[in-house]
Design a protein around this ligand. Structure first.
Ligand code: E4P
Length: 217
């Protein structure tokens, strides 16, 4: 399973990319709005750091506007993927941009029915938001199970990009279900590394080693 980071922070992306486990980046208007500087320049810098897909979202809500912004976003860098919302115009824009060979990630997906439309529109990625479903007392990971089943039934090439992941269990469950990608904030990637027994074990190994060196000296 590929691991993407969901942030617009260049500093965080640099740090995670240096670990060698990062496959791509997702951004959204809320995340990019937090960063200083020009958003196009920021996306370009992110693309130069990450050797994988970087999603940038359109803010237009009409078809013509999405196509215009989609072309602009795609022209920033060859790694750019255009994010369109799960609306009628967003699906239409997805179909048109995908037809031109531009990769599209359809975002704000909250049902299997929507995910089916996304695949039919030829999207490269579908982004179901699991954390936001959990927030309204609906099991977000159940949606991932349904989408993976449907896409497998028909061999749709659209990749399932599990979004709005809030904790490591979302990531592990996504991997168990055979999702293609999980995207999560930098803090959740940090949490994936942690286990108290690793720290305790390492501390003991180093202490034992040090003790033996003192005895030998
Ligand atoms: C995905 O592309 C979205 O940017 C993101 O995962 C939304 O996450 P949130 O629900 O934690 O804001």
């Amino acid at each position: 399973m590929k691991l993407f980071v969901d942030t617009g922070s260049i500093k965080d992306i640099e740090a995670i990319a240096a670990l060698g486990i990062l496959d791509g980046v997702t951004t959204n208007p809320s995340l990019l709005a937090k960063e200083p500087g020009d958003f196009r320049q920021n996306l370009k810098k992110i693309c130069d750091i990450v050797k994988g897909p970087v999603s940038g979202e359109v803010t237009a809500t009409d078809f013509a506007g999405m196509i215009k912004q989609g072309h602009d976003i795609a022209s920033i860098h060859k790694h750019m993927v255009v994010k369109t919302p799960m609306t009628r115009d967003g699906i239409r824009a997805c179909k048109a941009l995908s037809g031109e060979g531009i990769r599209v990630n359809v975002t704000l997906v909250f049902s299997a029915a929507q995910a089916l439309l996304v695949a039919k529109a030829g999207a490269t990625f579908v982004s179901p938001f699991v954390g936001r479903l959990d927030d309204v007392a609906t099991n977000g990971m159940e949606l991932i199970r349904e989408i993976v089943e449907i896409y497998d039934n028909y061999e749709f090439p659209t990749e399932v990009l599990v979004a709005s992941c809030r904790h490591p269990i979302h990531i592990v469950e996504a991997a168990r279900m055979g999702a293609d990608i999980a995207t999560c904030p930098p803090a959740v990637i940090d949490q994936l590394f942690n286990h108290p027994l690793t720290n305790i074990g390492l501390e003991k190994f180093l202490k034992d080693w040090e003790k033996a060196q003192t005895v030998k000296a």
